[in-house]
Structures are given as structure tokens and as C-alpha cells.
Ligand binder design. Structure first.
Ligand code: PEP
Ligand code: MN
Length: 336
């Protein structure tokens, strides 16, 4: 971090600031030029409040030269993190596919879907019990009953389950859930992130609708700094000026997040496009771009889905997606 001082900053105030920073264990590289005086902060500057420095009357500007996230930064942890999910893994060379309907609708629907996802070779089942919906009048999930049905589907098939937590109020219902999903709308619910830092379950952290990659990584840092290293990042499209698709899949985020962080990165082509016909090609694109996995919405009867039918693919289309993904990964005949 570089701090540029205002011209004619009173010497005493500069000394005070340097003393304060040194007191926090920060090393200082001071440089006094003819027109500009600046100093570089050396050491762990992750706890230095950039905005507080900028607000000081002797400071002209503050520039970061390193990332504000540390624990999720690949610089300090060069090896890939593989997150253990039930008996399977995502990341570190293990490709994982999470598939299932947008929401849990009935015992027949979720148990039928779970069996079909297993048959197609998916290792993990998704399904929303608590649904964040734009309209309060839309179907908002079966809630506690939905979790029960997911657990029944897990007992029937052995597939670990991934489901979204929309509020910390419901956390006690998630004791047997395998992966807790933090949805796009909660990516910056910092209370929730801190609390999930104390839990022993893997967290699937979806990118916020209008969040930068750095914001996504800072949210992951909340969870990891709380003590939970098992975070999977999910690129699910961001909001842009384009309205032809529900969101815009940010392909660059896949290699860039993997370059910046050691955490696994998966892609959700369903929410990224909102269009079922685009899901297979986006899924393949994600694999080519280096994703560690996919999260795909699959419904036994998409036109009858209570949520996100337009972006849900059929189980038969999913079979084809799985075959193509296996071919791309060189894992023919394997469950993913
Ligand atoms: C979901 O996966 O069910 C979901 C609501 O996705 P997102 O949070 O990415 O919109
Ligand atoms: Mn959905």
C-alpha cells in the first residue's frame, strides 16, 4: 500500500501517523521527492483501513499494490484447494457436477430427479427449499419440508445435497445438509458469511448479481478467516446492459479467479443465461475455460417447474451434457 502525502503536510502529523502504523507492526519505506512525499507500507496490510487513511487531512491518496484478501489468495497458498463434499471432491483436479431442480416441489419430483441425476452420473444433488424470489407472490419453496425431502432423496440415492440458506434463522435445519449454498443475493450478507466461517460444512458461494471478482473473493475471505477453509466459488453470470439473456456469463472470471485464488471455481450456466437451449454450450465452454465443476438446473418436466422452468434442461439433455463434459475432461464412463 502506498500513501501519498499532501504538499506541506505538517511534520508532526506525519510523524504521528508513521508512529501509529509502526505500532501496528507495519514497516515503512519513506520517500521524499522535490514535489511529492510518499511512503510504502510493508508487511501485513490486510487490516489497514484504506478509507480511514484517505480521510486524513495530510493524505492526498492511497493506492493498493496488493490484493486486500489474504487467506484465499493464491500468492500465499499456491496449491489448489480441493473441497471434500460427502465422498467426492471438487477442485484440485477433481471435476464435480451438482445437478437437480431449481426448487424442491414434491417427494416424487425431488426423489425422481435425484435418481435420474445419479443415473446420469452426477455426484451431487441440488434443490432449493428456501427460495429467494423477486416477487413475494412467487413460489418461495417448501422450506423445512423441502429440506426433509432433500434428506430423503439423499437417503434413497446416497447423493450429497447442496441447498441454499437464505437466512441464518434457518441454520438449525441444515445440520444434515452437505453443502450450504450462499446465493447471489446474500453474497455480501457479511453476518451470514462470518457465521458460516464457524461452521464445518463446505460453502458454495455464488457471485453477487453486480459484484466484482474482488468483492466475491473478499466474501470468501470472510468465511475462510472465520475458520472454514472449505469454500467453492460459483460464477453464475452478472448483470450487464444485455437483456437477451438473464445475466451475462463472465467467462474471464473462471481463469482469473483461479489465477487469483486457490479455491475451486464452478459455473452455473442455468442462472447465467436463463435459457435452457444455451445451457449445454455454456457448460462445455466453462469446462474449456478451466472450471472445476458445474451447477446445472435439471427438471423432470421443465414447463411444469414452479421456479426457473425456462432455464431448466430435461434429464435427457443432461445426459448429453454429462457425456460431452466427460469427453472434455477425459473421464469417459466416470461419475462427475
Ligand atoms: C439458485 O441457485 O437456486 C439461485 C437462486 O441462484 P443465484 O443465487 O445464483 O441467483
Ligand atoms: Mn433457479
Amino acid at each position: 500500500m502506498i500513501v501519498i502525502l499532501k504538499q506541506n503536510a505538517p511534520k508532526q502529523k506525519v510523524e504521528d501517523l508513521l508512529g501509529q502504523l509502526k505500532g501496528k507492526g507495519i514497516g515503512i519505506h519513506f520517500s521524499e521527492g522535490a514535489h511529492t512525499t510518499l511512503f510504502g507500507l510493508v508487511g501485513d496490510v490486510s487490516k489497514i483501513d484504506q478509507e480511514a487513511l484517505e480521510a486524513l487531512d495530510i493524505v492526498e491518496a492511497v493506492k493498493r499494490v496488493s490484493e486486500p484478501y489474504k487467506l484465499v489468495n493464491r500468492k500465499f497458498h499456491p496449491e489448489d484447494t480441493a473441497v471434500q463434499v460427502g465422498g467426492g471432491k471438487i477442485g484440485g483436479g477433481s471435476f464435480g457436477v451438482i445437478a437437480g431442480p431449481c426448487s424442491v416441489e414434491s417427494p416424487e419430483q425431488i426423489i425422481g430427479a435425484a435418481k435420474r441425476m445419479k443415473e446420469a452420473g452426477a455426484k451431487f444433488l441440488r434443490g432449493g427449499a428456501f427460495k429467494p424470489r423477486t416477487s413475494p407472490y412467487a413460489f418461495r419453496g417448501l422450506k423445512a419440508e423441502g429440506i426433509e425431502l432433500l434428506l430423503e432423496a439423499k437417503r434413497e440415492t446416497g447423493l450429497p445435497i447442496v441447498t441454499e440458506l437464505t437466512s441464518l434463522r434457518y441454520i438449525d435445519l441444515y445440520s444434515e445438509v452437505d453443502v450450504i449454498q450462499v446465493g447471489a443475493r446474500n453474497m455480501q450478507n457479511f453476518e451470514m458469511l462470518s457465521e458460516l466461517g464457524h461452521c464445518d460444512k463446505p460453502i458454495l458461494l455464488k457471485r453477487g448479481l453486480s459484484s466484482t471478482m474482488e468483492e466475491l473473493l473478499m466474501s470468501a475471505e470472510y468465511i475462510v478467516s472465520g475458520g472454514n477453509p472449505n469454500v467453492i466459488l460459483c460464477e453464475r453470470g452478472i448483470r450487464t446492459f444485455e437483456t437477451a439473456t438473464r445475466n451475462t456469463l463472465d467467462i474471464s472470471a473462471i481463469p482469473l479467479l483461479k489465477q487469483k485464488s486457490h479455491l475451486p471455481v464452478i459455473v452455473d450456466p442455468s442462472h447465467a443465461s436463463g435459457i435452457a437451449a444455451l445451457v449445454p454450450v455454456l457448460a462445455k465452454t466453462a469446462v474449456v475455460a478451466g472450471a472445476d465443476g458445474l451447477m446445472v438446473e435439471v427438471h423432470p418436466n421443465p414447463p411444469a417447474a414452479l421456479c426457473d422452468g425456462a432455464q431448466s434442461i430435461t434429464p435427457d439433455t443432461f445426459d448429453q451434457v454429462m457425456e460431452d463434459v466427460r469427453t472434455l475432461c477425459g473421464l469417459e464412463g466416470k461419475a462427475l
